[in-house]
Design a protein around this ligand. Structure first.
Ligand SMILES: [Mg+2]
Length: 359
């Protein structure tokens, strides 16, 4: 297998892993740990609609980011322009369940505010949805990865915590490409991150140390979050999301199913945590490491899993040539129909949640 094929399979694993993690977590989004277990005792099946799964903004942002890398060839200014353009049109499709900061930033882009100033002050986890694919695509150039990550983050979120968290998630995805999971690897990952990062943050460093200590004590993600006072489920705050994701990754870096189930069961923003973790682990285990019954139960069109997989080839090529290429075409009128259907199912879940079990 030549280098490009290796990259293609890593990229495909990341893309599919993130989409499937999103779909497994989506029906449980914002439910408490206890209530989701009672409503969905079995995660072997997907539960969005008649045993099928669909993907949310977490997957859509990953696709937009991948397309922006292809269409920019990795050039920073062009990447910003391409991603901003895609975020604007994404909003026109009326996506259900958008994060507040991302929504505000996309409206600001439509108002003519430049992509350099469109972000709002927020440390929400939105930019982390765009992190794993950047980490995998630019694993061979971590300085450039951080620069593109900063640009991707600032488009929507300006709190430096959003940048630091997204960059750390990008490093995790890049480590997955490296594939060192021998004894003691979480400590080596921390050293790798410290040595290569452009900017440091003491608060995130302290959180990373707490995660490593908790993993070393053999604690679960739930136990770790309890110790941090996060008992309902993982919130959408970047410094809650990323430590929770890394906690599960450190313990199950090569077991996609177990990791995703544990991540979703940790509750709260389960589609986003499942998506980020799925993207990170997918880069290690590849398409074949993602349970086939989950993959085959995804019901998406026109951005199907097969369509997402197609992004891997031009993405690998553009990283090799460093040249901009045409983005992969998508039947956009189909997206509008799809989004209407998706929104109806989201409304159905909203009504369903008015019924028992309540806790
Ligand atoms: Mg989502």
């Amino acid at each position: 297998m030549n280098n490009r094929n290796v990259n293609e399979s890593r990229l495909a694993g990341c893309l599919l892993g993130q989409a499937v993690g999103d779909a497994v977590g989506l029906p449980c989004e914002r439910l408490s740990r206890a209530r989701q277990r009672r409503m969905f005792p079995d995660l072997d099946r997907l539960h969005f609609f008649l045993g099928r799964g669909m993907c949310s903004d977490d997957t859509e942002h990953m696709c937009l980011t991948a397309q922006a890398v292809i269409a920019s060839g990795g050039d920073e200014a062009r990447f910003t322009k391409e991603l901003a353009k895609r975020l604007r049109w994404w909003l026109i499709g009326l996506p259900a369940g958008t994060g507040m900061a991302t929504l505000k930033a996309c409206v600001r882009l439509w108002m003519g505010i430049s992509p350099e100033s469109s972000g709002v002050f927020s440390a929400g986890n939105g930019p982390a949805m765009r992190a794993p694919i950047l980490g995998v695509a630019l694993a061979d150039d971590l300085r450039q990865m951080q620069k593109l990550m900063d640009r991707s983050t600032l488009l929507t979120h300006t709190d430096p915590k959003a940048q630091h968290g997204a960059v750390l998630a990008g490093f995790a995805a890049a480590w997955s490409v490296k594939g060192d999971f021998n004894v003691g690897w979480p400590g080596r990952f921390r050293e790798f991150y410290r040595a290569q990062r452009i900017a440091a943050d003491a608060e995130l460093d302290a959180l990373l140390s707490k995660v490593l200590a908790s993993v070393a004590r053999g604690e679960s993600a739930d136990q770790f979050m309890d110790s941090q006072g996060i008992t309902y489920g993982v919130t959408g705050y970047m410094y809650h999301t990323i430590p929770a994701v890394l906690h599960v990754w450190f313990r199950h870096p090569l077991d996609y199913r177990r990791a995703i189930e544990e991540m979703v069961r940790a509750g709260g923003d389960a589609d986003t945590t499942g998506a980020i973790l799925g993207g990170i682990i997918g880069a290690s285990v590849g398409k074949e490491g993602i349970p086939a019954e989950w993959r085959s139960s995804i019901w998406e069109w026109p951005r199907s899993l097969a369509w997402m997989e197609q992004l891997a080839k031009p993405l690998a090529e553009s990283r090799q040539t460093k040249r901009a290429d045409a983005a992969v075409p998508c039947f956009w009128p189909g997206l509008i129909l799809r989004n209407v259907f998706f929104a109806l199912v989201v409304v159905f879940h909203g009504f369903r949640r008015m019924l028992p079990p309540y806790i």
